[in-house]
Design a protein around this ligand. Structure first.
Ligand code: GDP
Ligand code: IMO
Ligand code: MG
Length: 433
């Protein structure tokens, strides 16, 4: 099949929250279609412009551009009540998402009982909790793979109610086996029954969207030469296969996920823009070799406002981890790097990078299989801080010399050019090289 264009990809190279939402919003004018390919309401993508801050969870970050189309692909999980809240919040900002958001009929649904099961599973893990966002991601993807899930298109069928009840019953049985107290379980302060009512009501809104076979839609766009940007959620280190398993999410967060999550061939992938913070954060449990437990870690958290956009939890902070970044660039075939939040380190005397790991007295650049179990000592390289504000700097070449050297060091370490740097939460502050 002759395609006139390819799908460009923008995804996170760390443990999520790299600034994907902001950068997708900035890149949207260059594209015709913005498409999410995996994840669900566990994502929290923040956009800021004109003094306004908005967080998106399921809806792609191109939604504030009325002349662009947004697509939720088959690989995404949809929680109708959360989608409904997002649509309402956008209405409050004079954005009518039902106009320019198309949804795949093949996208799977998160039921209220998936969220119950998520909470029960986490509780059963005791000290080994993943730190899930408790949006039902794990259980809903489990049903997808087990071939027991329900999809957006199923809500149009006459027997949807029956199928729903059957699946819910299975979930309730599992929850009972886990010994979880369903009666005191709440979602947004609501009992399961009350929340279920809201969930059912929101199906009406879901059905009012353009429900499509997104694989045909996206490939038609490519045949016509339209420009498509795939927006990742979470980050490569949370990938189900390559992340720090089991402390991961349940989807393919890497470029490969674009093919299965949108229905495009590998040969239809164009540029892969990988986004990384100038330092590193992680929310939830799991290994984090460069994590800082000292004042510097606390400063990164405070200055970077590192609190989860979905759960409000404070994010763990540390220096940039080059072995992990190289790994992510390899897995994704990153062609361009985008670095965010160097401004958070404006006042630092020095900034460190972890260049390699020391494991059992041996130096290595490879993330070990036993990533969760072994003690990893980072080997640090120090760079002088730039000790100045980045506010008002309007071109890449005018960035302070020490910061340019820091960025060059990242480029060299991962053998990938930096395409742009973001210097504030605001849409206007992205400097392209
Ligand atoms: P996402 O999940 O990758 O979209 O990222 P989040 O929205 O969860 O977290 C990124 C946070 O950093 C948000 O609060 C953004 O507003 C903010 N942010 C994005 N880019 C920059 C930047 O260059 N500098 C600063 N200081 N904040 C940024
Ligand atoms: P965005 O798209 C950061 C983390 C959770 C938890 C693990 C599993 O905003 O970058 P899940 O709810 O998927 O079962 O949680 O993954 N996690 C994220 N961390 N950013 C995200 O999304 C995340 N989505 C999930 O904290 O550790
Ligand atoms: Mg986020």
């Amino acid at each position: 099949m002759q395609l006139k264009s390819k799908v460009d990809v923008l995804l996170g190279l760390q443990w999520g929250d790299e600034g994907k939402g902001k950068v997708v919003d900035v890149l949207t004018p260059r594209y015709d279609v913005i498409a999410r390919f995996q994840g669900g309401p566990n994502a929290g993508h923040t956009l800021e412009f004109n003094g306004m801050k908005h967080v998106l969870h399921i809806i792609p970050s191109g939604i504030f551009h009325p002349d662009k189309l947004n697509v939720i692909g088959n690989g995404v999980l949809i929680e109708p009540a959360i989608l409904s809240q997002e649509v309402e919040a956008l209405r409050g900002r004079q954005v009518d998402a039902t106009r320019n958001l198309y949804i795949s009929k093949k996208a799977h649904l998160i039921l209220p009982s998936h969220r119950l099961l998520d909470a029960a599973n986490e509780q059963a893990k005791g000290n080994a909790k993943i730190g899930s966002t408790l949006k039902g991601i794990g259980p809903a993807y489990t049903d997808k793979i087990a071939r027991t899930g329900l999809r957006v298109g199923d809500t149009l069928e006459f027997d949807f109610g029956e199928k729903y009840e059957l699946l819910k019953l299975q979930h309730l049985q599992m929850v009972q086996t886990l010994g979880f107290d369903t009666a005191s379980f709440r979602i947004d302060g609501m009992t399961l029954e009350d929340y279920e009512r809201r969930w059912m009501e929101s199906l009406q809104l879901l059905r009012s969207f353009h429900l499509i076979n997104s694989e045909y839609f996206i490939n038609d766009c490519l045949r016509q030469g339209k420009r498509v940007l795939a927006e990742g959620a979470q980050g490569s280190m949370l990938d189900i296969d390559f992340g720090s398993y089991p402390f991961v999410t349940s989807s393919s967060t890497v470029t490969a996920g674009v093919c299965s999550g949108l229905g495009v061939a590998p040969s239809a992938i164009g540029r892969v823009m990988g986004i990384t913070k100038a330092y590193c954060t992680r929310v939830g449990a799991g290994p984090f070799p460069t994590e800082l437990f000292d004042d510097t870690g606390r400063r990164l958290c405070e200055l970077g406002h590192e609190y989860g956009a979905t759960t409000g939890r404070s994010r763990r902070c540390g220096w940039i981890d080059l072995p992990a970044l190289r790994y992510a660039c390899m897995l994704n075939g990153v062609t361009d790097l985008i670095v965010t939040k160097p401004d958070v380190m404006n006042d630092f005397e020095e900034v460190l990078m972890c260049d390699s790991y020391e494991i059992g007295g041996r130096c290595t650049d490879e993330l070990p299989f036993e990533f969760n179990a072994v003690e990893i000592t980072p080997r640090w390289v120090s760079y002088p801080g730039w000790k100045q504000s980045l506010a008002g700097i309007d071109s890449y070449s005018r960035l302070p010399q020490p910061l340019l050297r820091y960025l060059e060091a990242i480029e060299q370490a991962v053998q990938t050019p930096v395409m742009a740097v973001s210097t504030s939460p605001d849409r206007k502050d992205v400097l392209f090289k």
